[in-house]
Design a protein around this ligand. Structure first.
Ligand SMILES: Nc1ncnc2c1ncn2[C@@H]1O[C@H](COP(=O)(O)OP(=O)(O)O)[C@@H](O)[C@H]1O
Ligand SMILES: [Mg+2]
Length: 304
């Protein structure tokens, strides 16, 4: 098996008139890997997918889909796509929708219909799509994208609007698909959502890739502080602050920012004032803070 990336993008720039939707973006996805593309609305996520599909012509850069150029017959055999907010004809049944897409792709409809089982909606195969829940429609969309065993799956905000349980189940399906060897590139606007469900993340801000890597590495590179909050016993916050320092909160609490390395020493110092300390709360940096950190970096870079 080759270790070349299934998708390889280098220096990609795409413009709509004077608007630079993507500027010098590079990323790659290997077989069996799940990469999450994160960004706010308008960051350029859908544009990137469309460029990979060959729908948009880049201003600059190179895209390789299993060694082929986007839009060529070889690339189209490799890649499949679940568009953002896909709508299927409501009057058709799930089985009819799948049959239709199988014929479009020149694949046997019977094999395609078995995919309804894979995505867990076989029971609803003969119900009209109009009666499906949002989660069921997304599963149907995924079944459609799996026709013909693509080696690269592009999923544009596949879980937006799903409840947490359906979302978890949807990521479970993606895990299985990747474990079988497909490269998966999916977009989302929530870092919390893709935590533990993807191998790497890339963050886009205004068309620029501001971060790329494993989430744990990005979080530690951001070096965000752990917040330690101390609550006083019967005294007021001012007395507590006079003894310990820190930032004053309302009423009876003070707060400290500390690095992972300083945490134990700080806790020891707090413990030495146990006569006035009622409680201590330690909050490690939140994923949303990590996302905000990199998004902020991108916006600052833009302003400079
Ligand atoms: N066909 C188009 N013509 C002009 N501008 C577009 C077109 N498609 C997208 N854009 C603009 O490009 C930027 C990136 O859009 P998009 O890729 O859809 O972002 P995302 O999917 O991250 O929300 C936005 O500013 C958007 O308005
Ligand atoms: Mg989009």
């Amino acid at each position: 098996m080759s270790h070349d990336p299934v998708l390889d993008i280098a220096g990609l720039s795409v413009a709509f008139g004077s608007l630079k939707a993507l500027s010098d973006v590079s990323l790659s996805v290997a077989a069996g890997e799940r990469l999450a593309l994160l960004g706010h609305n308008g960051a350029g996520k859908s544009t990137l997918f469309k460029a990979v599909l060959g729908f948009l012509k880049p201003e600059a850069g190179r895209i390789s889909v299993a060694g082929a150029a986007p839009g060529t017959a070889a690339a189209r055999r490799t890649v499949s796509y679940l568009p953002e907010a896909i709508a299927f004809p409501r009057a058709l049944t799930g089985a009819e929708v799948i049959t239709y897409f199988a014929k479009l792709k020149g694949e046997p409809p019977a094999k395609a219909k078995a995919l309804l089982q894979t995505v867990g909606i076989a029971d609803a195969a003969h119900r009209r799509v109009g009666t499906y829940s949002k989660g069921m429609r997304q599963r149907l969309g995924l079944a459609q994208a799996l026709i013909g065993r693509p080696s690269l799956l592009l999923l544009d905000e596949p879980t937006s609007g799903l409840d947490p349980i359906s979302r978890g189940e949807f990521y479970g399906l993606i895990d299985t698909i990747a474990a079988e060897g497909a490269a998966v590139l999916l977009s989302s606007h929530s870092l919390t959502e893709v935590e533990a469900r993807t191998d790497r993340i890339a963050i886009l801000v205004k068309g620029r890739r501001v971060a790329e890597g494993r989430l744990a590495d990005l979080a530690s590179a951001a070096a965000l502080p752990t917040v330690v909050r101390v609550k006083a016993k019967a005294i007021d916050g001012a007395t507590l602050q006079a003894r310990l320092g820190g930032r004053r909160l309302n009423g009876r609490s003070v707060e400290f920012d500390c690095t992972p390395g300083d945490k134990l020493a700080l806790l020891a110092r707090i413990a030495s004032h146990s006569d006035i300390v009622a409680d201590v709360e330690v909050s490690p940096p939140h994923l949303d803070d990590v996302y905000r950190y990199y998004s902020g970096l991108g916006a600052a870079g833009e302003a400079a």
